[in-house]
Write a protein that binds this ligand. Structure first.
Ligand code: ZN
Length: 340
């Protein structure tokens, strides 16, 4: 047998599972995740979402139980999305003291005080037209919407939210919310801004989940065009200047370049949203037997790890299913991800 003259052989470090484990560069743990929950009115309700197998709309009592399971797995935060009892042009329940998200926030914080509650701040789940802002004719107005966002964020803070997450891509949303929170002495409530949110058909299943599809038109006058990267920089810079504590990039998988660009642009935590469509794709392919959902070579772990490699600090698991986070937990990984 001839030994070729190859003093450098990268395969040496892949020889055994222990060796591969030792030299692995990127690690995931449940502490890296934010777990999304859809809350609705009622009691004892788990209303399955057809396009997201394994995920359900939950009544407040069930949401408290689900949040407890996430906390027990080591997940530090949940993010709440509300399905109101009734919809109207403004979305009045969105800022009502007894609105569904406000109720769920209070109940979860009472049952699990150490678990962080993040709340989605947008209009689309609450408005009868399904748009992210106040609509005149077919126009989504910006500044009028900001006043509603201020009221929503304030009511979430009053209910006990630790972090508010404006997702509607309105100009000035971060500064409007920050000034309102500060005016009422909620200076400790953080803002996780969806600074970089692209218009995407990956959100289809979410609209199923939250009953938030627009009744006319689309979201392209506020969400970003998928062809743009410099615009993402501008949005990030603006939101940081307005006082965002953390930045979200959404969707995740199709925008790994943007996640990395954002990580390199700023020093605040960067979250990446693994959206409903990304979850649905893996689920659908697994159902057909075209890929394995959770195995060691599985896609769940890989999707999340890939985002981590692209330097997102907080993979926001739209994937939602606790089973997926359990998969990650099984790996029992603890090493710190190196900062760039
Ligand atoms: Zn919206």
């Amino acid at each position: 047998m001839t030994n070729f003259n190859l003093p450098i052989r990268p395969r040496r470090l892949r020889h055994t599972p222990a060796m591969r484990r030792m030299v692995r560069e990127t690690h995931l743990s449940p502490a890296d995740f934010i777990y999304p929950i859809f809350v609705r009115h009622g009691e004892g309700i788990r209303q399955p979402i057809p396009s997201m197998p394994g995920i359900a709309q939950l009544s407040v009592d069930e949401a408290v139980t689900e949040a407890g399971k996430a906390a027990a797995l080591g997940v530090p935060a949940v993010i709440l999305f509300g399905i109101p009892a009734e919809k109207d042009p403004i979305g009045l329940e969105n800022f009502a003291a007894d609105g569904i998200v406000q109720q769920a926030t209070r109940a979860i914080k009472q049952a699990h005080p150490d678990l962080l509650v993040v709340t989605d701040v947008c209009l689309c789940e609450y408005t009868d037209h399904g748009h992210c802002g106040i609509v005149h004719g077919e126009e989504i107005t910006n500044d009028e919407t900001l006043e509603v966002l201020q009221r929503v964020a304030l009511s979430h803070a009053r209910a006990g939210a630790d972090i508010v997450a404006p997702s509607g891509m309105m100009d000035g949303m971060v500064s409007a919310i920050r000034s309102k929170l500060d005016e009422y002495n909620y200076t400790g409530v953080s803002i996780l801004s969806y600074a970089v949110k692209y218009a995407s058909s990956y959100y289809g299943s979410f609209r199923d989940a939250a009953d938030g599809a627009p009744k006319f038109g689309d979201r392209k006058t506020h969400q970003m065009d998928y062809g743009n990267t410099r615009e993402a920089r501008r949005e990030v810079a603006l939101d940081l200047a307005e006082g965002a504590d953390m930045i979200m990039v959404k969707p995740a998988l199709a925008y790994l370049d943007i996640i990395r660009q954002t990580r390199e642009q700023c020093d605040v935590p960067v979250a990446a949203y693994n959206v409903s469509g990304e979850y649905a794709m893996v689920k659908a392919a697994a159902e057909k037997g075209w890929l394995e959902e959770k195995s060691g070579a599985g896609n769940v772990d890989r999707h999340q790890t890939r985002r981590r490699r692209h330097h997102s600090d907080l993979p926001c698991a739209r994937c939602g299913a606790l089973a997926w986070i359990k998969t990650v937990q099984k790996a029992k990984l603890a090493r710190q991800f190196p900062k760039t």
